[in-house]
Design a protein around this ligand. Structure first.
Ligand code: HEM
Ligand code: HEM
Length: 407
């Protein structure tokens, strides 16, 4: 029988169920496996790209299956629980069913948003668009959707364990036909006097609460790890103490980097940095800027750990980087070059940062970019000095929106 009845699942619902289950049971271990793959050679980088692409492609396939499954479930009668008389069990079973439905939509969606918000890296293997419409390239969005993907994976993982535990209990302890009626070709024995379904809306509500917890955890994580915007103490104090102080609006400011890895552009950003800005276009001699960067706050697509390791940014031994400039040259109206010193991985070298400045009322909009030659700082010197696997140039992009502080 193709369609559901009040007693059992039809073949279509069964096939949807087992296809989803197989894909999920492949995707979770695949995701956990691929994120910790090393990338110490061109072959390893290629392998990692390959597994990411495989994960994304299977994830998109699951998105399609999950979407069709949900649509099918909406128009189908819902088989009544066989142990409906045990109220606690049926409450738990139905709450988990809703949570599973929600997670199989949310998982691929957050994964795809994460993929769309970043440049390059491992493509989805299909001829259609790579990016979701209306999703901007944004490192903040990538970070939030990445956290949402991880946290939803935890919720999904726990739900699957409980769900499989419940199904096994029915098969082994209760010895009823709950499992049999989900398996094609098995003939379940269904009691004639099934109890009336109860708790339907309560279980939707309980599952909703689980998702509200999930949203709250993602929100808290975003604020605590600095992807959100907490006004920075040092900047605020400095700005208040200086005549021409500017307070950076971290919500609208980014410190991003771009590198080329095996011919593919990979972008990332620092979520924790301070900028003490004392700038007056009429008094360049008295202006200065000091930027402190928490190196460990770098997110660089799937290779953050590699970038922070001892052969590269060596975040453990050199957790802070600093750029200080008190020499500004005006090239043309609104375009300047800040000449200063960059301290990175314990070494200090001169660096020029060309930037444009636009001031509207009491807001300043700064856009700047410069190139850091990584070998000058011995970054990736061991095994990566040729630039064929990892480009020698690191593009640093600064976008600052700051508000003037009046004393
Ligand atoms: C791994 C991913 C899985 C997901 C996302 C999943 C999802 C779901 C969902 C949403 C339902 C409710 C269907 C409905 O009533 O509309 C369901 C039912 C069911 N699932 Fe799964 N499932 C998974 C794995 C499994 C596994 C591995 C088993 C077997 C050990 C299993 C056994 C069952 C059974 C027996 C039912 C029917 C429950 C009943 O009739 O009350 N599921 N599953
Ligand atoms: C139901 C479908 C999916 C499941 C169960 C799943 C599961 C996972 C798991 C368990 C991880 C490792 C944990 C983590 O670091 O976040 C992961 C990572 C990842 N997934 Fe998925 N995923 C799914 C769909 C997708 C899709 C559709 C995409 C993109 C189109 C995607 C892209 C990614 C990426 C880029 C990562 C690595 C994140 C990082 O490097 O931090 N996933 N996924």
């Amino acid at each position: 029988m193709l369609i559901n009845t009040r007693e059992r699942y039809g073949l279509i619902a069964q096939l949807f169920h087992w296809l989803t289950a197989c894909l999920i049971l492949i995707l979770i271990p695949l995701g956990l496996f691929m994120v910790q793959l090393p990338i110490n050679s061109t072959e390893e980088i290629g392998d990692k790209f390959w597994f990411y692409s495989l994960h994304k492609t299977l994830g998109i396939a699951l998105f399609a299956v999950a979407g069709l499954r949900v649509i099918w479930a909406i128009f189908q009668p819902h088989p009544v629980l066989l142990n409906g008389e045990s109220k606690l069990e049926s409450l738990a079973a139905q709450t988990i069913h809703w949570t599973l439905y929600g997670s199989i939509i949310l998982m691929p969606l957050t994964g795809w948003i994460h993929h769309s918000a970043l440049e390059g890296f491992a493509p989805i293997w299909w001829p259609f668009a790579q990016d979701l419409p209306f999703i901007p390239k944004s490192l903040l969005l990538a970070s939030i959707s990445g956290t949402a993907h991880t946290f939803t994976a935890i919720l999904l993982g726990i739900s699957v364990v409980l769900h499989v535990g419940g199904a096994s209990k029915h098969a082994v302890i209760d010895r009823d036909s709950t499992l049999a009626r989900m398996v094609p070709c098995m003939v379940p024995t269904i009691p004639a006097d099934l109890p009336k379904p109860h708790f339907r809306w309560l279980t939707v509500f309980l599952s909703g609460i689980l998702f509200a917890f999930l949203g709250t955890a993602i929100g808290i994580n975003t604020v605590v790890d600095g992807s959100g915007s907490e006004p920075n103490q040092i900047i605020t104090e400095n700005a208040r103490n200086s005549e021409n102080g500017w307070m950076v609006n971290h919500d609208k400011s980014t410190l991003a980097i771009e590198i080329v890895q095996s011919g593919t552009q990979v972008s990332g950003s620092f979520s924790n940095w301070n900028a003490k800005i004392n700038f007056d276009a009429e008094n360049l001699g008295g202006s200065y800027v000091v930027v402190d960067v928490d190196i460990s706050s770098l997110t660089l697509d799937g290779i953050s750990q590699q970038a922070l390791s001892s052969n590269f940014l060596n975040a453990v031994s050199f957790p802070l980087s600093n750029f200080t400039s008190d020499e500004f040259i005006e090239n043309e109206k609104g375009n300047y070059v800040a000449q200063g010193q960059l301290t990175l991985v314990g070494q200090t070298k001169p660096l020029s940062l060309p930037f444009s400045l636009k001031i509207e009322n009491d807001r300043a909009f700064v856009r700047g970019q410069t190139v850091v030659q990584r070998l000058e700082f011995d970054i990736g010197k061991k095994g990566y000095s040729e630039g064929d696997q990892i480009g020698l140039e690191v593009l640093v992009k600064v976008k600052i929106e700051a508000e003037k502080i009046f004393r």
